[in-house]
Design a binder for this molecule. Sequence first.
Ligand code: ADP
Ligand code: MG
Length: 677
Amino acid sequence: MKLDTPLANIKGVGAKTAESLAKAELHTVKDLIEFFPRGYEDYSKVTNIAEVASGKVSLKVTIEHLNTRRVRRGMHITEATLSDETGKLAAIWFNQPYRADQLRKEKGQWLISGEYGLQGRKYQLTNPSVEKFDGKHVNAGRILPIYRAVAGLKSHVVRKILTELRPAIVMLDEILPPEVVATQKLISRSDALTYLHFPENDEQLEKARKRLGFEELFSLVMAGQLNKLENSKLTGWQIPFDQTHAQEFVAKLPFNLTDAQRSVIWQISQDFEREHPMNRLLQGDVGSGKTVVAGMSATLAALQGYQTAIMAPTEILATQHGETLTKLLQPFNVSVGLLTGSVKPAAKKHLYERIANGEVQIVVGTHALIQEKVKFHKLGFVVIDEQHRFGVAQRQKLLEKSDHLPHLLSMTATPIPRSLALTVYGELDASVLDEMPRGRQPIKTSIVSPNSREAMYEKVELEIKNGSQVYVVCPLIDENPESEKRSVELEYKKLQKTTFKSHKIGLLHGQLSADEKQAVMEQFSAGKIDILVSTTVIEVGVDVPNATVMIIENADQFGLAQAHQLRGRVGRGAHQSYCFLVSTESFKPTRRLRELEKSNDGFYLAEVDLKLRGPGEIYGRAQHGQLNLQMASLADTKSIATAQQAVSQFLQSGKDLLQYKQLANQVSKYQRLTTLN
Ligand code: ADP
Ligand code: MG
């Protein structure tokens, strides 16, 4: 057996298993060795029946009594009485018709392990694993690794194959530079993987995790630092700063910029003047006023002869930005164009021409911007709004529309926790709008149990009477747009039968055409709709300051960041706003809901979210699906700091990363995944 031996050639791997393995992208011996368990169950202590308590147990028993039967709907049940010197215990297997035969075939002792607890009306062991006691056990009597059930792969199957592969683990190469392994006091890679799959105790597991976690962070931090280094070697457009224009702009705005806005605009203007392209992330909580920062910077660029492309993730948002900027920039004679999928072909063609000849100075749009046909005259500045909604490739495509690398401003209302900023975004300059425009009152958030809906509706009724507007958001039930549509339609009909029947209720969901969506949003903006029942299509960016109530139905189904974004649709004007988180359960609100109720601070919530869910879930599959670290936690700032130190040391030592081929591959993969250029 070699590391590159196909798994299909391994003893005990049948055609069906091989197929599942291949579906899970596990092809070779090495692949499976590097397939990390997602968790462990501790069956290392084999107990006597007399000592059994609820929870996970491992027993060494003989089978006393065996009975199989079929019950309703074809369900198959096997029951057994297990016994040892100290007592007897009931076990039950559902839909495992082969169990009885297996247990009948051989006499003697069995190792049986599983969850003991109340099942039906009886305490018993449910669906336990079963192995002949012959000293060579895969499941019972050990700390049991549990593997992700990708492509229907069962954990016990993976464990079984891994016992075959165990001798091959020692063949794994060290991938970290030896001096790093030594200074960090890490165990070797092959030891780590042996411990990971076959832990004898917790200490071994701890050592394995430390080693493999360090490896992940080391590569990730290295990727960030290399990206930064590469970025600093690029040349872009140098856009001079004109103070008179800037002052004029500020004077003509309908409001005073916050200090935070001023300072970010100043940072951007300075970046514009440099010869390296800007790569700046602007983080600002919902409502902090990011749009005007982008708009003013774009105007300053336009007045120097450079075009700007502003890309937003949805049509609603792009359209809204287009309108806001057109209005805002009217006094400056800057032309704004809107390019979305629903612009009619003739108009689109005309727009393409005007973009190509430079007549349109600021182009706002959706993904439509990255299409082949869109050619710019002189693209100097690219703004990506709600950057976490885009993949690296999409950003890349937009940047490639210029013959010099344009300056890039990525904006997000989902703040990136410091820990993540330091690793994944090590290469970035970050700005923060940490100040809300004046006169905003914090949103009052409360969790509503489904039983106290009436009290909530009364409060909402009052708000509407005072001239305010209301959002009601329903979650995506599953990925199916049909069912999503059904869920909002149901809510819409329900509300028409309540106290709200005399109000104008609107309906918005992803199945509507762009024109229909646009029409609904316009009616809502114009105050012609009192209550807007919507899916999460309104999640990002939508700005209707007169809306003061956000009702989130089944709020526990939303991620923290997403719910916070939704809440940010209100509290945009001078009036007190409210957010009601309607919980699915009557009694126990989830931790997420409690955190939301407690805090309006997007940064704080992002840290909590990162701890609860990991970066892939938060920042979108598009960018970070593959970044979900398996071992290290991006919330573990201490380990990150250690890794950073180690990376700096390595880079300063003058050693060549390419000397460590596997490590270099890993790093360059991360470089592609994390770069914002
Ligand atoms: P976000 O950061 O969530 O994208 P927006 O740019 O949509 O926020 O701004 C939210 C609202 O605040 C808009 O109605 C905008 O016109 C307004 N706004 C932005 N800056 C200021 C300011 N300095 N003073 C008053 N209102 C502002
Ligand atoms: Mg915005």
